[in-house]
Every structure is written in C-alpha cells, then in structure tokens.
Design a protein. Sequence first.
Length: 726
Amino acid sequence: MDSTIILPNLVTDAEQLEERDYHLKLARTKYNYMQTYLPGVPMTASVPSEDNYSLAYKAKVLRVGKVIAENYKNVLVRLVEEDLKNDLDFGSFKELKEAWEDYENTSMVNLPKKLKKLEKLIKELKKVPDVVESTVEGLIKLPKDIAQIVTGVENVVKQVEEEGLTAILKSGLYELLGDADSKVILKGTSAEDYENLFETIAKPLMMDIPHKEWMATGTKPCEQDWFFSYLQTAGFNTTNLIRVCTESEKESMTHAITLSELVGAPLSEDENSKRHFPITDEILQSVVGDKSVTLEEAINNKLLYVCNYEVLDGAKTSTFNGIPRYLAAPIALFYCSQKLPEGYPPADGGFLVPVAIQLKQLNDCGEGGKGSAPILTPNDCSGANDPELHKWKVAKFIVNTVCAIQHESVAHLGACHLTVEPMILAAHRQLSKQHPLFHLLEPHFRFTLQINDDARNSLIVPRGVVATNVGPAIESTLDLVAKAHQAWRWDEQNPDQIFKLRGVDALPTFPFRDDTRLLWASINKFVSGYVGYYYENDAAVKADTELQAWINELVNPEFAGFKGLNGLKETGNAEQPYMIDSTEYLAKMIAQIIYIAGPQHASVNFAQYPLMSYMPSVAGTIYRDMPTRDEVLTAKDCFDWYPPLDVSLYTFSFEYLLSNIQFDTFAYYSDDPRVPYFDSPELEELLADFQGELSMHEVSIRQLNKIRPMPYPFQLPSQIPNSISI
C-alpha cells in the first residue's frame, strides 16, 4: 500500500480508498470508548499493543526508578532504626544504675535515708523483667524490618526492569512501609526530619532557592509569603485557578469572581455572623500598609485576585493507617501591590501580596462563636488570636495542600490526561494513518493511552497511589474530575482566551502566562503553515471526509463528547450534524491539541517534585482539623498538620518519578536528525523554523529566569516532551 501522506479527497485510486477504509474499520475494533469507570468521562476500553511503552521508554523509567529506590531504602532503614531505638528503654537501666549508686553511697548511720534509697532501688529492679523483654523483642525485630525493606526495594527495582513504570505505579514502594499489622508511622517534629528524607536524591527546587538580599531571614524561602504568592503564577498549578475579583461579571471575564460572590450576604437574620468572606477595607489597608487603598479602588484597577477552592466544600475525607485526615475549602485573597513590604522581590508594575486566608467557605467568627473559620492575615490584623503568626503559617500550608489536591485531580489528570485521551481515540477511529493531520498528531499521542490505563489501574483506585498521597476519599477525587470534565469548554481553554476570561491578562508578574504565550504563538504559526500546505482553501477542509467524520466524533456525546467548539457549523444532517469549513479554525483546533499534550501538561507535571515535595510547605494531605480563633498555636503545634515522614517519603518519591521522565523533546519528531519526519522539503523547512523559534524562546526564558525571584523552568522547550507520556 502507498504510504504517502495525502488527503482522502485527493485519492482517486479505488484500491487505495478501499485499503484506507479497511484499516479504519480495523482501528475501530481496537480503539473504543468506555464511560463506566467515570460516568461522563470517555476513556479507552483497552490499550492496543502499538500504544504500549517502548524499550527505550522503559529504560528511562528504570534509570529514575533506581534513584528513587536507593533514597527510599536508605531513608526507611534509618527511620526504622531510629524508631526501634526509641522504643528500646535504655533509660530504665540508667535509672537503675543511678539508684544503686545512691544506695551504695548512703551511710548506714543515716538509716532512714538508707532505707528510702533501698526502696527506690527495689522499685527500679521490679522494672527490669519488662524492660529486658521489650528490649530483646526490639533488637530481634530491628534486623528483620531492615531486611524486609532492603529486600523489598531490590524487588521493586527488579520489577521495574521487567515491567517498566507499571511496577512503581502498583504502589510497590508503599508496600515497604510495613505489613498490614505494623506500618511505620513516624511523626515529624522538626524541619530537619523532613529535610533528612532527601538523603541520596537531589533536593527539589523549593529547597534550593538561593538566599537573596531582599528575602527575610530565619525561615526557608519556600515558607515565606512571597513564595506563597509566587506559586499562584509560577508554581505547579497556574493553568486554571487564580482569577481577578470584579465589581460585576463582565462578558470578557466570565471566569472572574465578583465581590458579592466573594463576600456574600448573611445566610439569615439568626446567622448574621456567617458570611462567605467578610473582607474589609481596614484589613486590606493594614496588610498592604496603605490607608488610602479601598476594596472598590482595588477592584476597579484589577488589583484584587482570588483563589477559591469551593469545589472541595463537602468532599469526603479519608483515613490512612487508621489515622484520620482532613480537608478544607479555603478562600485566599491577594493584592497586586506596587508598594511592597519587606521580604518581597523588586518588581516593575507590582507583585502579588497575600492579604487574607479563610479556611472554610463560611466565616463564623461572630459574637458567641468558637471561631472555627477566622480570617487569617500575615500581620494578625483581623483578630484571629495569632500573635506569632503560626496560624498564618498553617493556613498557607493548607491552601498550598488544597491547591495540590485540585492540581492532581483537575488541572493535571482531568484537564490534560483525560482531555487528550478521547481526542486520541477519535483520531485513530476516523483518520487513516496516511492522513496528514494524523501524521502530525501521532507523536503528540505517544504512550498517553498506556499511561492513563496505568493510572486507572494503580493510581486512582482505592488504596492506590492517590488514596495514599492525596487527602480526599477516592470517590470525592473522581467526582472532582468528572465535574471539571463536564465544565470544560474547548474554545475557552487556549492561551488566547483563558487568561482574559480569568482576568489575569493584566497581572504584571505571571511567568507561566508569559512563557506559555510564546510557545502558543509559535505552535499556531507552525500548525497554520502545515494546514495551509495541505488545504488550499476552506472548500478543501469542507471536502475532507475523514476530517469531517473525526470532527463529528469529537463532539458526539456517545463518543468523545467535547463541548464548546464554537467554530463548527450545524449541517441539519442527523448522521453528521456538524461540519468544519475553516482552515483557520482547523489550525487552531490542532494547535490546541498539541499545546495541551506538550506545554500545558509540562507545566503541571514537571513542577511536581521541584515545587510540591517539601511537606511543611506543600503536601497532599492534612492531618489535623482547621485552627480556630480561640486556640493559640506554638511553633511545635504546626507539625501536627503535616504528613508523617513515611507518607512524605512515599509522596515525593512518586513526584520525583513523574517529574524526571522525559521521553522526547517538543517539536522533534524524528529519532534520527538526519532522517526527516515529513516527506516534503517545504514541511521540513517549516518544522525547522518552528524549532528555531522554540530555541529563541529557550534563550529568552533562561534570561528571564536569571532575574526572577526563582527560576521557572517548566516552559523551557527543551524540557517539554511531545506527548503526555508520564
């Protein structure tokens, strides 16, 4: 069969047409949808063999897996040793020795004192049998536990060699935490406990930020207020969260939040203390240090921004190792200030400053209330009983953790993995291998079906990776994914639109937005040239039968079911109710698929270990209920909210895996640079121009990173793969 890339409407040979039709029918027997796993979210029913991992891919996984396993083994052995040594009651022997010396050194002349010392000695002697028994049991258990860990790690590495990524996705490392009756549960009591978990593994970016003269002293940069703000625009979850606060909803900012929605009205006369978020001018003025600023002025000038996690309100919590875990649905308010307080980087045009955090959707700190949802501020100006700002520290941790929960379920899994999956199925079922659009998209589909299938079978299942590392019960996580998928609209999600709709297009400092727009413009330019090469005009698009079939499968609710493709036209034909008749809209559609599979996914995936792995700053679970107004916290109390050390180790080990496997490089399609991917010199030149522009963007971003508060490397073209392959 002729493998030349050619449009189906230009094929005139009957044999070629019949052959293409045959292979499409065959593809539809292998690529099929299911919606039973998660209603309303189409997924692949099975993974055809041609979509399995390659040997080259497995080799990359093995390299990363060995790094993880080595650190995991060393840390767990140390933790088990320390845990068991703490259980061995050597202190009792010391007390016995001291009691004997006291008795020996007391003269018989002072008989009452001698008898009192003898009484203490006898009391210590009575403890000896129990102490000896527990000590011996501990000493016997120590080598057994260590041997179990070492053997277990070796087995996981062997499984990785044989099975690739699947071995670790099966929670192999988690099993090393102990058997069902004896889990290692070690509570962290100091920052050093969490720092020491990175024993033989490279420290993440968030722990390796060099101190700069403008930074505060005495705390790690990743625990300072500037870092908390900076995560909103240069962190791990920048694609769909922070949005502007407006006086009223405007057509151009449909994803913004209005002041009335934010503040809310009292629920009833009997509950006049309960409002959504009763922020005031006085709080804003006190935090930003400017008595002239008002909420109204800030809103009119697009200076007030909000992260509202209301989607988690009412989500079910989970327990792990018998320990309950907690959830919050916080509201975090930020002000874009040009007059920056101490501890913030110099910034032209302004920098986000956190103003207030409320950890529940309703404030109930009125008179007579226990104050379970106070407004917390960085200077305790809201009467939250937080003189040492320990509640503020905990509040930032909780917001970061909830942000991580939303990131994993919505921004990462839902908006990337599960969005591209039905696009892949539709393409395989309706575009022949010789179709030019399939040829362009195929590298951007590589391994996605396999990685998603692994996730369904190992990550997002009861007692799987997500249930271990992420706070909500698995059913609540799946519910978040399903709701977000149903709300997703195609035309709203590209970088030309989403920043405007969220009202963040005017923010002066937004590294993700600025870097990703560079890539998006180049992708559009390249795809427009590619589409123009094959389609001379709109009529050619309209005449492409395979393309029209693909478009209709993308929007058909029984198949891919996408909504919001406003550039399609209704046909009135029940068999194919929609039609695409524009080269411009087609190019934008294809560009968006490539963008989601490449830069968008890279921004949420490869930031996980660098920015989510030091648990006192960002975690996936919360281990204590929200702080109230009435209680006063100490520095030591803060550790009650953080995950135990073994869970922390497992969490960032998995993040390291996901952040350190890159199969290929964005826009490089051929394994051999001397073998062209496209069979047309014109297209190869177009691709070379695309790659050249990306190289210039690489230089620009690297230069920007030198002057940013910390580097933002997650849109560097060299660090973006073509597909969602991890």
